[in-house]
Design a protein around this ligand. Structure first.
Ligand SMILES: [Zn+2]
Length: 271
């Protein structure tokens, strides 16, 4: 992926140099603002990294814009670490769903708020699931900045114990119902062709994993490790810890539905 890409007149993506199995090519930081407004908003500043900061400042200079706000999709460090230090550097408030992420002088965002910033509007769309505090931001163009709710490649992780599979599925449907023109992801390339189909795939993928889990349980797998080894056999082992989190999150959903129960020994059985 190129380090810098102009996605539409209001939006530039700057890729942070923090690639990994979980962050794919690295974290995508987005500059949003109307050209000529002299202002821009940063969404997910990412890691507090000197080279990344320099790249973001180059793009601000190229737009002849100053940063007027820093928005954060969720509290994970690969999105939020730079928020408070860069907010202080730019003299711009940080806004997020959680007060500890927004920090002193920051602003806690409410679901459904419409932010008018830098000549653009950003609708605050609650998207809990990956984490409890996850937000997406919808732009005038219909594009949605989705953070880690949807990734540009592969699928996202519902963390455990913070994440919530039921909330995650509702959030996928919520973004689907917005009829997004594009999804600008926290990691990986932007999804511009048929975003609704991507969201449908995510919903189907979750249903498929749930069916695979219940089948593996019925076939005798009784621990999270055994379930992951069976259901995620085709996934690189380096991603199994994340798979275990998604598995635990799905088991919590099945337990809430009375479809599995946890034994005193920690084993999982069909109810
Ligand atoms: Zn992330």
């Amino acid at each position: 992926m190129p380090v810098v890409a102009q996605l539409e007149p209001q939006v530039t993506r700057v890729l942070a140099p923090n690639p990994s199995g979980m962050t794919l090519d690295g974290t995508n930081t987005y500059l949003v603002g109307e050209p000529g407004s002299g202002q821009a908003v940063l969404v997910d500043p990412g890691p507090d990294d000197a080279a990344h900061l320099a790249a973001v400042e180059r793009e601000l200079a190229a737009r002849d814009a100053r940063c007027v706000a820093v928005l954060v999709t969720h509290h994970h460090g690969d999105h939020a670490e730079a928020a408070q230090p860069w907010g202080a550097r730019f003299g711009a408030p940080v806004a997020a769903a959680r007060g500890d992420v927004a920090g002193p002088g920051g602003r806690v965002l409410e679901a459904g708020e419409r932010l008018a910033l830098a000549g653009a509007t950003l609708d605050v769309v609650p998207t809990p699931g990956h984490t409890a505090d996850h937000l997406a931001f919808r732009l005038d163009s219909g594009a949605v900045l989705v953070g880690d709710h949807v990734l540009g490649r592969g699928t996202s992780v519902v963390t455990h114990p913070e994440g919530d599979v039921v909330a995650y599925l509702e959030s996928l449907r919520r973004v689907h119902d917005l009829g997004p023109s594009a999804l600008y992801c926290g990691h990986g390339p932007e999804l511009t062709e048929d975003p609704a189909a991507v969201l449908d795939f995510y919903l189907a993928h979750r249903a498929c994993r749930e069916a695979q889990l219940t089948a593996a349980l019925a076939a005798g797998a009784g621990t999270v490790d055994e379930l992951v080894a069976q259901v995620y056999a085709a996934v690189p082992r380096s991603l199994w810890p994340a798979a275990a989190q998604s598995t635990r999150a799905t088991l919590a959903k099945l337990a809430a539905e009375g479809r599995v129960r946890f034994g005193d020994d920690g084993a999982v059985r069909p109810a």
